[in-house]
Write a new protein. Structure first.
Length: 328
């Protein structure tokens, strides 16, 4: 079968994204073919397009989608033709009307969750899950503890705001405008900081009575890295999980001691979903909090898939909030 997809042949700006027709084959062993109903947009897509995370070219993009299984390869037992599914998965290729892909990270989507919500939440929701549940400071997290979350009005951020509140944590969220700060606050952030007008380090120290936070979750990267370290209490953890402002410069490990014997980790969702069992357990946790209403997946932007270049332009300009999806 043939279908339309977004591909690029050269690393660069959004203008490199092309709407093309591709051949979609039959699934092999351990694979399924998914006909997409909606596809998610994530900042990692920008890293792939620009070459920050190099890929063999030409290549497709996209690591998050939802749709219906229409063919199943040998050895796949947890899925069948006709299943409603959603996924966050390597390799990239979700920007397509249909695709053949590894079945390992594809999960049956509960009937109570729409395709659009599924496409908007899998990569972002599983990221929030592993951050708040698995990427923890050495002293752990208890109800009432302060955590700092950068880009709190983004797709991952709004999920994290709600999930942190559900867990009893006091999330301090940063964002780049008063409107985005208000959005994070409305979704459960205990405190918000406009990093364009306020010194977020000073504000964090003020909010926490000078103690700092147990953990900082930072997907911004270069612009916030040093300040994030300065927000930590002794033995705190800086969990870096993105580079929206650019990659962090190399650091000397010796600098971590004087800042309070703090910890630094660089996380990726794909380590956490490296097995079928781990993927399903994390997805079940996500499905539960969404299904219960504790976490609402906010979709603020929708684009036709063929307009992916415009979506990338808006994302990089930080003109988006919440989750963004492509419709087909």
């Amino acid at each position: 079968m043939r279908c339309n997809a977004i591909q690029f042949s050269q690393a660069g700006g959004p203008e490199q994204l092309q709407w093309v027709e591709i051949e979609v084959g039959e699934p092999g062993a351990g694979q399924v073919r998914v006909r997409h109903e909606a596809v998610g947009l994530n900042y990692i897509d920008v890293y792939h397009r620009t070459g920050l995370y190099p890929m063999p070219l030409p290549a497709g993009l996209g690591m998050e989608g939802a749709g219906v299984v229409d063919a199943v390869g040998e050895g796949v037992t947890h899925l069948k033709v006709g299943d409603r599914v959603a996924y966050a998965s390597n390799p990239p290729g979700a920007y397509a009307e249909a695709r053949v892909m590894p079945a390992m990270n594809v999960c049956v989507l509960p009937d109570t969750i729409s395709f659009e919500t599924g496409a908007a939440m899998m990569l972002k929701g599983l990221t929030a899950q592993y951050l708040l549940k698995k990427t923890l400071p050495v002293e752990g997290l208890q109800a009432g503890d302060f955590v700092l979350f950068h880009a709190a009005a983004g797709g991952v951020g709004l999920i994290a705001c709600q999930w942190a509140k559900h867990l009893g944590l006091q999330l301090i969220g940063t964002a780049g405008s008063d409107e985005k700060c208000a959005l994070a606050k409305a979704h459960g952030a205990s405190h918000v900081i406009n990093y364009r007008t306020d010194d977020f380090v000073a504000r964090v120290k003020d909010i926490t009575g000078g103690k700092g936070v147990k953990v900082v979750y930072d997907s911004v990267g270069k612009d916030t890295f040093t300040g994030s370290l300065d927000c930590l209490r002794p033995f705190g953890l800086l969990a870096s999980f993105g580079n929206a402002s650019g990659p962090v410069d190399p650091i000397a490990p010796g600098m971590l001691g004087p800042k309070g014997s703090v910890y630094l980790t660089r996380q990726t969702v794909f380590t956490h979903i490296s097995s079928r069992e781990a993927t399903q357990a994390m997805a079940n946790d996500l499905f539960d909090v969404v299904g219960s209403g504790a976490v609402n997946i906010r979709i603020d932007q929708r684009y036709a898939l063929k307009n992916a270049a415009q979506a990338h332009t808006d994302l990089e300009a930080r003109n988006t909030t919440g989750s963004t999806i492509f419709t087909l």
